[in-house]
Ligand binder design. Structure first.
Ligand SMILES: Cc1ncc(COP(=O)(O)O)c(C=O)c1O
Length: 420
């Protein structure tokens, strides 16, 4: 892995690390798109990959490929050791008490579905409820709706205010002695809002309610400490944290994971199998049926090491600069409304422009090599709350530059002129 040059954490408008060296670690950032330098501002959808992640995957298939937990031969043993070592890396990354509490999934979505089906389904009854918020990604809505259909429980959503902040008081009023779980997003992909998840966990635990946190957007931008949060479940995706697609993490409180039945059946998740009945392997294998995402885990391990080397505190500091600068500059443009103005916010700049559909904004920017996202961002209830069909969204990562924000602003100037 390329060593990352670290500068002291001081100074406005200059990153606390060597930005050009960091950018050089991400080969795709050197690409030209339609003849222009790529300006990649779609990091909330998926982040780009440093060379060390690409190398880890290539190395695995070139030199190390074998199935894990099954062979006595050299490659299988090496692959097993490497796979299990990444679980330790993940545990350290989120400060989990034990790597047994780290389950590899295919992503945030699968982690939430696992909890819904394995934690929720055996115990929910008509009259019970699950509480979410009005700013959730569809992945943290639909699995609960399916669960409610299966069990007769109901789903309630805590409202958000005009800035896109959670109404904690209203959420508290929704909690009853029949609330079986709160599931909420840590950092909203549509609004950028950082939720006061630690406060929510405390409120919930006073009432004996467990909390699942959707950390898909938080993991790449904020330091996550599941013990400090005291949450019961935490989920995130590898591809948003500079790792590969097809890999994610579910962290769970050990006592809950122990009680939960397996989510899927198959190889590797059993202790014994007979034709009459089977018994389950201990954690975490109980939740990892079949051949897992071995190469992706290797890539995730490299990604987390890379993020650690840059440092999430430094990453957060620079991304705050990018967001503040982008917010300030975009506010100077007449006819633009920012959607999501929470006081505690990170990385996401969503907006609408008078008389221009967000898809047109996205298409025109794309002509200049600028990648943003336009649409409902898998958060249709958020769009409904703000009375818009869609937004345009620029989302930053630590490898973005102020010049790229300037390019976005110049592109928006072009959009305005075209629609004047
Ligand atoms: C807040 C949030 N939750 C969940 C997801 C789903 O993640 P994945 O598609 O990687 O499972 C996303 C993806 O954009 C997200 O932003």
């Amino acid at each position: 892995m390329t060593p990352v040059a670290i500068a002291p954490l001081t100074g406005r408008s200059s990153p606390p690390f060597d930005l050009q060296r960091v950018r050089a670690d991400f080969p795709i950032l050197a690409r030209r798109i339609r003849g222009k330098p790529l300006v990649y501002l779609d990091n909330a959808a998926t982040s780009q990959k440093p060379q060390c992640v690409i190398d880890a995957i290539t190395r695995f298939y070139t030199d190390e490929n074998a199935n894990i937990h099954r062979g006595v031969h050299y490659l299988s043993e090496r692959a097993t050791v490497a796979y299990d070592a990444v679980r330790e890396d993940v545990a350290r990354f989120i400060n989990a008490p034990s790597s047994r509490q780290v389950i590899f999934t295919k992503g945030t979505t699968e982690g939430i579905n696992l909890v819904a089906q394995s934690y929720g389904r055996p115990q929910l009854k008509p009259g019970d409820d699950i509480v979410i918020t009005a700013m959730e990604h569809h992945s943290n809505i639909v699995p609960w709706q399916l669960l409610c259909e299966q069990t007769g429980a109901s789903l309630k959503a805590a409202p958000i205010n005009d800035r896109g902040e959670l109404d904690l008081g209203a959420m508290e009023k929704l909690l009853t002695d029949r609330t079986r779980l709160i599931a909420l997003v840590h950092l909203s992909n549509a609004l950028g809002t950082i939720n006061p998840v630690k406060t929510v966990v405390a409120l919930a635990h006073e009432r004996g309610i467990p909390v699942l946190i959707d950390g898909a957007q938080a993991a790449p931008h904020l330091q996550v400490d599941v013990q400090d949060l005291d949450c019961d479940f935490y989920v995130f995706s590898g591809h948003k944290v500079f790792g590969p697609t097809g890999i994610g993490v579910l962290y769970g409180r050990e006592a809950l994971l122990e009680r939960m039945p397996p989510y899927q059946g198959g190889g590797d998740m059993i202790a014994t199998v007979s034709l009459q009945r089977s018994t389950w392997a201990p954690l975490p294998s109980k939740f990892e049926a079949g051949t897992p995402m071995i190469a992706q885990v290797a890539g995730l391990g490299a990604a987390l090491k890379y993020v650690d080397a840059v440092g999430l505190v430094r990453i957060g500091a620079w991304e705050r600069e990018l967001l503040a600068y982008g917010t300030e500059r975009i506010s100077e443009i007449d006819g633009i409304r920012i959607i999501g103005t929470a006081e505690d916010k990170a990385s996401v700049l969503g907006f609408v422009m008078d008389d221009v559909h967000p898809h047109d904004i996205g298409t025109i920017l794309d002509n200049d090599g600028i990648a943003i996202r336009a649409g409902h961002h898998c958060a249709q209830p958020v769009m409904e709350r703000f009375g818009v069909p869609a937004t345009a969204r620029a989302s930053f990562a630590f490898y973005n530059t102020l010049e790229e924000v300037d390019a976005l602003l110049a592109g928006l100037g072009t959009v305005k002129k075209m629609f004047a």
